[in-house]
Design a protein around this ligand. Structure first.
Ligand code: URA
Length: 434
C-alpha cells in the first residue's frame, strides 16, 4: 500500500494491519518516506486513535527498530520505574538507590526534559562528572556491583521513537494515548527488565489532565507491558502542583539528597514510598504494600539508600562529595525572592505554569536542542493549602539570566490561585492499575 493510502485509511478511522504500519514506519526510518507524510499520519492517529492491537503492533515495530539490552546474566529481579513526566518530579533519583538497597536491580534509562517538564538525565548531569552516556557494558557493571544504574537511552534503543518523538513535538501530536504508550513502552521493553512500575501523572502539570484519560493511558501501558512478558503495574499520582519544594536540576538533586537523609517533603516521600512498595511487589520481594513501605522507610532511616546513591554517583564518574557539600553543585549568580501580591489561602498552583516559569529561568528546554542551566530553578516556600500573607515570600528564583526574572515572575504569579479558605487536600496516590 502506498504511504498516501495508509494515511488516508487512518484519516478515515480504519484499522491498519501490522504489515501496513511496519512498511510505512520502517520506510520512514530508512528515509524513504518524508517527514510531511509521517506528520500527517501522526495527526490522523492523534485524531482517530488506535485499537489495542494497532498500538501493540506499533510498539513492536518501534522496539525492533533498535537493539535490546540483555540482562539475563545479572541475577535478581530487574525492575524499573517510569514516570510520564511532571514538575519537580525527582522520585527516580531517590527510588533507584532505595529499591536497590532492598534487593531490586534497577536498570534505569531516562530522558531529558522538554518544555515545562523536567528530565532525570538533566538532574543527574548537574552532578559534576556524572556520566549518563555509559556503554551497555559499563551500565551492566554498575548495575551488578551497585544494584542500580542510571543512563540515557543510547542511539541504538528504539531509534524509530527518537525520530517520531521529534516530529510529534513539532506537530502538536504528543498527547495521544497510543503514541505515548508505544513511545514509552518500546524504550522500557528494550531495557531487559522483568518488571515495571509506571507512575502516570494526573493534573495541571501532567499530559493527562483528567482521570479518565490517565486511566486509559495507564491501562494501555499496563496491558502492553504484560503482553510483552514484563510484569507491569501503574499508579496514577497527583501532579496538580509541583512535587516537593524544588524545581530545577541541581536544586532537585539537593532535595533528593535531603530525602535520602530522611528530610524529604511529605508529598514527595509518599509517592516515593508507594512506588517503591510497588517495585518490591513486582520483584516478588514484598507482596504487601504496607510492609514494603515500612521496609523502605527503614532503608532511608539507616542510611542504606544514601550509601547506594553515593556508590552509584562514584561509579558513574560523579563527585560523591556533593552529598556533604551541596555548594559543589552548580549554583546561580542570582537569587530573587518572589512576594505574594495579596493574602489568602493557596487554592491552586498550576504546575505546568510553574514549570514554564522555571524553564524561562533557564532550567528547561524550549526545544530539544536548547542549552539548559543546571543551576536555575525555583524553590517553593508555600504549597497548595498554605496561608500566605500579603508581601510574604512565596518562592525564590535562581537564575543566571537577569532579564528572565520579570517574565518568569509574571508567569509564576499567574499560576497561583488564592481564596478565602483552603481547598480539600488532593490524594497523592489516586489509583493503581494492575
Ligand atoms: N515520554 C516519552 O518518552 N514519550 C512520550 O510519548 C511521552 C513522554
Amino acid at each position: 500500500m502506498r504511504a498516501y493510502d495508509i494515511i488516508k485509511k487512518k484519516r478515515n478511522g480504519h484499522v491498519l494491519a501490522r504489515g501496513e504500519l511496519a512498511s510505512f514506519l520502517n520506510g520512514y526510518l530508512k528515509g524513504e518516506i518524508p517527514d510531511y507524510q509521517v506528520s500527517a499520519f501522526l495527526m490522523a492517529v492523534f485524531l482517530k486513535g488506535m485499537t489495542a492491537e494497532e498500538t501493540m503492533a506499533l510498539t513492536g515495530i518501534m522496539l525492533s527498530s533498535g537493539a535490546a539490552v540483555d540482562l539475563s546474566d545479572i541475577p535478581g529481579p530487574k525492575v524499573d520505574k517510569h514516570s510520564t513526566g511532571g514538575i519537580g518530579d525527582k522520585v527516580s533519583l531517590i527510588l533507584a538507590p532505595l529499591a536497590a538497597s532492598a534487593g531490586v536491580k534497577v536498570p534505569m534509562m531516562s530522558g531529558r526534559g522538554l518544555g515545562h517538564t523536567g528530565g532525570t538525565l538533566d538532574k543527574l548531569e548537574s552532578i559534576p562528572g556524572f556520566k549518563t552516556g555509559l556503554s551497555i557494558k559499563e551500565f551492566k557493571k554498575v548495575l551488578s556491583e551497585v544494584g542500580c544504574a542510571m543512563i540515557g537511552a543510547s542511539e541504538e534503543i528504539a531509534p524509530l521513537d527518537r525520530k517520531l518523538y521529534a516530529l510529534r513535538d513539532a506537530t502538536a501530536t504528543v498527547e495521544s494515548i497510543p503514541l505515548i504508550t508505544s513511545s514509552i513502552m518500546s524504550k522500557k521493553l528494550s531495557e531487559g527488565i522483568n518488571g515495571l512500575v509506571l507512575d502516570v501523572k494526573l493534573g495541571s502539570g501532567a499530559f493527562m489532565k483528567d482521570l479518565d484519560s490517565a486511566r486509559e493511558l495507564a491501562t494501555s501501558m499496563v496491558q502492553m507491558g504484560n503482553s510483552f512478558g514484563v510484569k507491569t503495574i501503574a499508579a496514577i499520582t497527583d501532579m496538580d502542583q509541583p512535587l516537593g519544594m524544588a524545581i530545577g536540576n541541581s536544586l532537585e538533586v539537593i532535595e533528593s539528597i535531603d530525602a535520602m537523609e530522611g528530610k524529604g517533603p511529605e508529598d514527595l516521600m509518599e509517592v516515593t514510598f508507594y512506588l517503591g512498595a510497588l517495585m518490591l511487589k513486582v520483584a516478588n520481594i514484598e507482596a504487601d504494600i504496607k510492609a514494603g513501605k515500612k521496609r523502605l522507610k527503614q532503608l532511608i532511616d539507616n542510611g542504606s539508600a544514601l550509601r547506594k546513591f553515593k556508590e552509584m554517583v562514584e561509579m558513574q564518574g560523579g563527585n560523591p562529595e556533593i552529598i556533604k557539600r551541596s555548594t559543589l553543585l552548580p549554583h546561580s549568580c542570582l537569587s530573587v525572592d518572589i512576594f505574594s501580591k495579596k493574602s489568602g489561602y493557596i487554592r491552586a498552583m498550576n504546575a505546568e505554569a510553574i514549570g514554564t516559569a522555571s524553564m524561562i529561568l533557564g532550567a528547561g528546554r524550549e526545544r530539544m536542542d536548547s542549552i539548559i542551566d543546571h543551576s536555575a530553578g525555583i524553590l517553593l516556600k508555600k504549597k497548595t493549602g498554605d496561608f500566605m500573607g500579603k508581601n510574604e515570600i512565596i518562592c525564590t528564583f535562581f537564575t543566571n539570566d537577569e532579564e528572565a526574572v520579570d517574565k518568569a515572575r509574571e508567569v509564576f504569579h499567574g499560576a497561583i490561585t488564592l481564596g478565602e479558605n483552603p481547598p480539600e487536600k488532593n490524594k497523592m496516590i489516586i489509583e493503581v492499575i494492575e
